[in-house]
Write a protein of this length. Sequence first.
Length: 543
Amino acid sequence: MKTVIVGGVAGGMSTATRLRRLDEQAEIVVLERGPHVSYANCGLPYHLGGVIADREALLLQTPESLAARFGLDVRTGHEVLSVDTAARTVLVLDLADSRTYTEPYDHLVLSPGARPVVPPVPGAERALTLRDVTDTDRIKAVVDGGARSAVVVGGGFIGIEVAENLRRRGLAVTLVEAAGQLLGPLDPEMAAPVTAELRAHGVDVRLGARTVKVLPDAVELEDGGLVPGDLVLFAIGVRPDTALAENAGLAIGPRGGIAVDERQRTSDPFVYAVGDAAEKTDHLTGEPTLVPLANLANRHGRLAADAIAGRPVRSAPAIGTAVVGVFGLTAAATGWNEKRLIAAGRPHQVVHTHPVSHAGYYPGAERMALKLLLDPSDGTILGAQAVGGAGVDKRIDVLATAIRGGLTAADLADLELAYAPAYGSAKDPVNLLGHVADNLATGTTRTVQWHELDAALAAGAVLVDVRTPAEHAAGAIPGALNIPLDLLRDRLDELPSGRPLVVHCQVGQRGHTAARLLAQHGHQAANLDGGYLTWQAGTAGSA
């Protein structure tokens, strides 16, 4: 049996090596149009910044090493021009000598990845993109050649990583994002610290700014402003590379990727598709979705190999878990965000907390912001986000695992997580999310979200700040009545009777205690979820 694989990076090479481990006798041919295979494309931005100094460290394997270890026939510089599903052949162009030839297959695996989106603006051809090692070499040549400024268009994961690393190289960097926030998978109040971190390190972040023209040494924005840049890079997203599949008559799904079943098979039973080009199944709705992540590409490559080898397999739904480093900050997300839930009309509750990474009395504890989204009817975890210093990745991974395992939000309180003062707290930040969720589910507490506060106050609620006078003086929500928590019992007579109260502290914990106290003294009290820090981040706006 002969399997031909188109694309030699994450999904394609995962398929090839897994299939070899399952079948020593299989003939396996990998066709890659670029000059490199099995490279670490997620590490490319860090080579630009010098964090990964050795370019060769990104090249994990070569055709020769793959032939020696796995007996694979890997051909770089070979572009597949078309697929004939009836004859079960592919037409291949050898880029070295412009020779074309036909390669037969018993099974075909398509792993062409995704192409960077380049907006149709004048001068777009002057801009660079980052997809592979060759792109990295081009960008690095410009930087090494004396570039002093750069404009990165797009504030997603890749755009932020490139902006950070170009800044590390000493360039004056402007990050231009058309939306009102960076990092679309995060909600605005969670993305705000990322913007602040970039600006604190000298990156000029322009939000709500649309690029309309690329000039030889600048970018023109929609408002007429010019942003100078010796280097301009587009990082505004990717689209599945489906040209081969479309021309072969394979079904394209509703999200624009190659449609596949639970075995990664396309509409042709002898053709499989994996990686960024293939659609996934959303964990929440069961509908097709696009999730261009390397971990899924590797997982689905393995599944395709198992299916070809005759093993029973079924692709698990995609949750969409991602993380990015931003100088001293980490931002991560899993599942759906609140924007998406609102757009879909999905009922949900929100929990914000601001715990520290490990026991506060142990040196080096760093604060983080956590956001949990849950179904109010049954506690199903719909998504989570985390931003902060140490420990962010650990918590988002636990929450992603909880989603995969079908745990409810209240179940998080009972997770037995590793604890020692240097690594966590007796009540881990994930446990605390579970406690808050349980309080909501049982009606022990009511909360108001940062974006609901203005409406609550306009409807007659009174805002009570239960922080210390020093905290209140350092930064306060306009109109708040400051009564410290420890004095609240003695000053109840200062609170208006018959009017609802919204109480808040810095992060929400003291606010919860105050809300419980007031409720038991006959007041209708709700806690401002996440406290002053969440309100401050959410109202930071798109400036």
